[in-house]
Design a protein around this ligand. Structure first.
Ligand SMILES: C[S@@+](CC[C@H](N)C(=O)[O-])C[C@H]1O[C@@H](n2cnc3c(N)ncnc32)[C@H](O)[C@@H]1O
Length: 212
C-alpha cells in the first residue's frame, strides 16, 4: 500500500504495518480524510489509539503527513479499493462529510465501498458517518431519503445503526475537521450523524450457513 510523508510517498507491506500498529489499544480508519485534520486531532488526544487517514487525493495529505505524530499514518488509496493489508484491522471507522464516489458508494446497495468497509472492520467495530446536505443534494438526493438508503445498505451489509440525529451548527464548529468548520457557517444545509457497529454476520448469512 502507498503511504505519504510530506511530498514523498513509499510502499509499506503488511509486516511493517503490523509492527507500526503493535502496542496500540485501538486502530481507527478515517476514509476521505481530506487534509487529515481530524486524524491529527484525534490521534493527539488519544495516544493509545493509532489513526490511519485515507484519501484518494495525495495533494490534500502533503502538509499533515509532513508533521504527522507517531500514532498516525496517511495512505493514498481509493476507499472503493482499499489495500488488503487493512483487512480486519479497524476498531472504528469514520466517514466525515463524504462526497463523490465516497458518498455514492454509501448510497448504492452492495457497492464496492460497502464491501471495503466490511473488509476492514473488526467484529464489533464502531462506525460513524457525518452526511452533509449540500453533498447529498449534489448527488441528486434529499437528506432524509439518502439517510434511509444509507442505513438500509449498511444494515444489509451487517452494520447495526442507531437512529440518525442532526448536528447543530455549534457541534460542527467544534468538530475538528476543516469541512466541519465550513459547514458550521450554516450556508450548506443540515448535517446528519449516524453511528453504529459491525455485527460481522447478518442473521440471513448465519441461517444460510446453517442450512448449507
Ligand atoms: C468533503 S471532503 C471531507 C474531508 C474531511 N473528511 C473533512 O472532514 O475535512 C471529502 C473527501 O473525500 C475524498 N474522497 C472522495 N471519494 C473518495 C474515494 N473514493 N476514496 C477516497 N477518498 C475519497 C475527497 O478526496 C475529499 O478529500
Amino acid at each position: 500500500m502507498e503511504y505519504i510523508y510530506g511530498k514523498k510517498t513509499a510502499r509499506m507491506d503488511g509486516t511493517t504495518l503490523a509492527a507500526r500498529l503493535g502496542g496500540y489499544a485501538e486502530i481507527g480508519l478515517d476514509l476521505g480524510t481530506g487534509d487529515g485534520r481530524y486524524v491529527e486531532q484525534v490521534a493527539r488526544q488519544n495516544p493509545q489509539q493509532f489513526l490511519i487517514g485515507i484519501d484518494a487525493c495525495r495533494e490534500n495529505l502533503v502538509k499533515v503527513s509532513n508533521r504527522a505524530a507517531g500514532n498516525t499514518l496517511f495512505l493514498i488509496a481509493n476507499a472503493e479499493a482499499l489495500p488488503a493489508e487493512l483487512s480486519g484491522l479497524a476498531d472504528f471507522i469514520t466517514l466525515n462529510f463524504p462526497w463523490g464516489s465516497l458518498l455514492t458508494g454509501l448510497l448504492e446497495t452492495e457497492s464496492r465501498l460497502i464491501a471495503n468497509l466490511r473488509m476492514v472492520a473488526k467484529a464489533g467495530a464502531r462506525l460513524e458517518l457525518r452526511l452533509n446536505e449540500s453533498a447529498i443534494r449534489q448527488a441528486g438526493w434529499s437528506l432524509d431519503r439518502a439517510c434511509g438508503q444509507v442505513v438500509m445498505n449498511l444494515e444489509k451489509a451487517g452494520f447495526a445503526l442507531n437512529p440518525a440525529c442532526r448536528l447543530a451548527l455549534a457541534d460542527l464548529r467544534r468538530f475538528p475537521s476543516s469541512w466541519a468548520r465550513r459547514l458550521g457557517s450554516g450556508q450548506e444545509g443540515q448535517t446528519l450523524f449516524l453511528s453504529g457497529g459491525y455485527r460481522e454476520q447478518r442473521v440471513g448469512e448465519i441461517a444460510d450457513r446453517k442450512s448449507a
